[in-house]
Design a protein around this ligand. Sequence first.
Ligand code: PLP
Length: 383
Amino acid sequence: MPFSALCAQLAELEAQGLRRQRRVVETPQSARVRLDGREFLAFCSNDYLGLAADPRLVQAAQEGGARYGVGAGASHLVLGHGAAHHALEQALARFVDLPRALLFSSGYMANIGIVTALVGRDDAVFADKLNHASLNDAALLSRAQFRRYPHGDSGALEKLLAASRARRKLVVSDAVFSMDGDIAPVPELLALCERHDAWLLLDDAHGFGVLGNGGRGVLAHFGIVSPRVIYMATLGKAAGVSGAFVAAHDAVIETLIQRARSYVYTTATPPLLAHALLKSLQLIADEQWRRDRLHKIIHVLKQELKINQWKLMPSDTAIQPLVIGTNNAALAVAQRLAGRGLLVPAIRPPTVPQGTARLRISLSAAHSEEDVRLLASALNGLQ
Ligand SMILES: *Cc1c(COP(=O)(O)O)cnc(C)c1O
């Protein structure tokens, strides 16, 4: 049987409590979702501002479809770069206050394209240990030296930078760490990059729309303006739609247009998505109440949880991980919550380090204070 080795691997995953299951969602993304005909209150999505099913975005997508059709038909460099894509790139660059922006079909593709276009064999990538998988995959694919430093450890990063003989140095970091919820020490990282003549690539997948004045992201949060920064953010999380962009110095963007293979060799995303994203950008900027609500309920969760056995990680963002420990224990807690109509994902290795399996509670402006109280009291009752 040619599949027997695969079956053995799958059985092994099952035995370790690591086999993933997909669930089929029957409703739009929101605080309440229906699975298998049953309603749940969900704390699983990255739709931090509650925009994914906003009727105004749905309407904008319909309008975009009517105006531009569905398929882009070609890659950006051939004939797929539409007026909506172009307008969105300009709006994004203005929004994050950087010279120029470039759209990618997803955050994964953006990271792969950025890193492989900017560094190669004679270069080095320096990465936080807890960075997103897409940044790690990108570094490996680039063939640059790949040096990882312990999470948040600027001292260790400095030593690596000082010892490096690489031609080009690229420091890469999640801005908000996706499984821990903490914010990277960006001013320190930038100071090190300046001292050692390195570039700083920030992946703001979880900060864009949420952090900083008007949701402008981690650079606005820290008040940072620097030509060394290559800023990347995704558009399928707080922005509620799909895709990603990178914003940076014109020479960086022009290089990516010429050389980023995950940009060049792929069909442009449907222009109706870009049209919807123009609307989303406006809602992100205008509706401060969404960020205010999010901060309020983060506070409510911390206040209401009264747990000794498990540990809520120190996070001030919408990602509030509760570390349980073993894979099976985390799964068991998630299953008991599900029995009460509450969905919280159990995140296990290799997404997080061994022995730190956790519930990744993610909060959204779509949740009410009452929703968060329900979750807290269920968790308080389970321990
Ligand atoms: C989600 C995520 C990505 C990938 O973005 P997609 O648009 O979902 O492909 C990249 N980096 C980080 C930190 C993420 O959380």
